[in-house]
Ligand binder design. Structure first.
Ligand code: ZN
Length: 159
């Protein structure tokens, strides 16, 4: 099936390196790890990533740069909230630290005795992102995977 192409509803495994074009800093890479496996077209990936990879074949390498709108979006004040200091109990809080919550990770922007300003914007919001991606494996998704909207087995959910 060497002529298979990366399409919606296929399971794709890729090796990738993501860099910030402004300073060439690597923010994420699968190098030295298992490839990233995802179900194409089910919102598992940022929108521009899939769009740029559609039609790629196994062994093909693509490099592209996404504007923030095609990646993690622009930072918004709506995602910055004030939380009572008491909610954090005895945790020592320092501006700049990243904490996990039920609603996902956030950055502590400001701390005073009464309240904490929590920034839930993605740390890559507002950034253009450059990706170098190589397709390692492609296969059709099973019906169960399509129903669940994610990959099963290696690189995916085990249930
Ligand atoms: Zn599942």
């Amino acid at each position: 099936m060497a002529d298979e192409k990366l399409e919606i509803d296929m399971v794709a495994s890729v090796h990738y390196t993501g860099t910030l074009p402004k300073n060439n800093e690597v923010f994420d890479s699968s190098e030295g790890r298992d490839p990233l496996t995802f179900l194409v077209g089910h919102k598992q990936m940022i929108p521009g990533f899939e769009r740029e990879m559609i039609g790629a074949t196994v062994g093909e390498r693509r490099e592209f740069t996404l504007v923030p709108e095609d990646a993690y979006g622009m930072p918004s004040d709506e995602h910055v909230v004030k939380v009572a200091r008491g909610e954090f109990g005895d945790i020592e809080l320092v501006a700049g630290m990243t904490l996990m919550s039920d609603s996902g990770p956030f950055t502590v922007k400001e701390v005073n005795d009464d309240e904490v300003t929590a920034d839930f914007n993605h740390k890559l919001a507002g950034e253009s992102l450059t990706f170098s991606v190589e397709v390692v494996e492609l296969r059709s998704a099973s019906e169960t995977e399509l129903t669940h909207g994610h990959v099963h087995g290696p690189g995916g959910a085990h249930h």
